[in-house]
Design a protein around this ligand. Structure first.
Ligand SMILES: *Cc1c(COP(=O)(O)O)cnc(C)c1O
Length: 371
């Protein structure tokens, strides 16, 4: 078999690594921030019926403009948005890639505040967009002043703000988003993949859209909506932005089956989101219990918790995996990230961690795994 090195690969892709969160079959998978609750069966039947109707006409190309789906997404988001403001693709990863195809590219740059979503530099590389890793304040926060200063000094063409941020969970204030917008002429994308997990009453960056034609708010059905396997991400922005994305999208990129399934699910938004309260409760429980066990969980407004105080993340990762529990090693010194599971899954994780011992030095703990 030929190896990658033998192929006439683009020079700038040589040595790059693909996104690679392990996909292992384990009883308790808490590593990619999925909603671990299955969708309600009654809703599933409705979705199947919609897909069954769609399949009767798959001899024809699907609606290239996915108009019905855009109307449903606008209705779900509210904030006075209409179908003209909405764009969608196969996961918000594809939405973000299309944004870089239209507004990034050779000779242009994307700025993100690290540590942040590991896909951003990969999407930049794939679209030959330069990646600028800007820094955060203490505790992964970004003040309006820090954000504006970094954006001004780096002069990027596109800025990705992840709110709340993956992998840290840190929410971002609207003041910081406004400050970034005012400090640059770049496209400013707020990735709100986890918005539905924020405390009730938390304002979305959607409220900032009127009058800001360079602002894009990206969302996904993969997390709170429990629809990761369907692949449906979307954004809200000025209609001119969606026109820009039509220049780079592949024709008919959203299949008739995807459009049917997503539209049917959105008609049951309340039921699809029914487990969000439960997930928030388990998240708050995780934060309290991780502290009790001697770890240092960070502020989170999402369905995962980043926690520090892990002397040897690789050893703890492996010890948990040996018990059938998969978490994420985000590559941050002394930290691991865990997605919020169902109550039994969360219990299994916490019990396993407790069995490993507390992380304080001088006692058997995750840093000193005795056989
Ligand atoms: C999970 C996640 C997404 C969602 O990606 P999809 O392609 O919609 O599944 C987007 N942004 C961030 C920061 C995420 O963590």
């Amino acid at each position: 078999m030929t190896s990658l090195d033998d192929l006439p690969l683009r020079n700038d892709l040589r040595g790059q690594r693909p996104y690679g969160a392990p996909q292992l079959r384990v009883p308790v998978a808490l590593n990619v921030n999925e909603n671990t609750h299955p969708i309600p069966e009654a809703v599933a039947h409705d979705i199947v019926a919609a897909v069954a109707r769609a399949i009767l006409t798959v001899n024809r190309y699907p609606d290239r403009e996915f108009t019905t789906l855009r109307e449903s997404l606008a209705g779900y988001l509210g904030h006075g948005l209409t179908a003209d403001n909405i764009w969608a693709a196969n996961g918000s990863n594809e939405v973000l890639q299309q944004i870089l195809q239209a507004f990034g590219g050779p000779g242009r740059t994307l700025l993100g505040f690290v540590p942040t979503y590991s896909m951003y530099p990969i999407l930049a590389a794939g679209t030959v967009t330069g990646w600028i890793a800007a820094e955060r304040d203490a505790d992964y926060e970004i003040s309006p002043a820090t954000a504006a200063e970094q954006v001004r000094s780096n002069a990027p063409d596109v800025v990705f703000l992840c709110s709340p941020n993956n992998p840290t969970g840190t929410p971002l204030s609207l003041e910081t988003i406004e400050s970034v917008y005012d400090a640059t002429d770049a496209m400013v994308v707020v990735d709100e993949a986890y918005a539905e997990f924020a405390p009730d009453g938390t304002p979305s960056a959607l409220t900032l859209l009127p009058g800001r034609e360079r602002l894009i708010v990206s969302r996904t059905m993969s997390k709170a909506f429990a629809f990761a396997g369907v692949r449906l991400g979307y954004l809200a922005a000025d209609p001119a932005v969606t026109d820009a994305l039509r220049l780079v999208r592949l024709p008919y990129h959203l299949s008739a089956l995807t459009q049917g399934a997503a539209t049917a699910a959105l008609a049951h938004a309340d039921e699809m989101l029914a487990m969000v309260d439960d997930i928030r409760q388990q998240r708050d429980r995780l934060v309290i219990e991780l502290k009790r066990l001697g770890y240092v969980p960070h502020r989170t407004a999402s369905n995962f918790v980043l926690f520090g105080g892990v002397d040897d993340p690789k050893a703890v990762f492996e010890a948990l995996l040996a018990e059938g529990i998969l978490v994420r090693d985000p590559g941050i010194e002394n930290h691991l990230r865990v997605s919020v599971g169902t109550k039994p899954e969360t219990t299994a994780f916490l019990d396993a961690l407790e069995r490993l011992g507390t992380p304080q030095t001088g006692r058997p703990g995750p840093n000193r795994l005795e056989p």
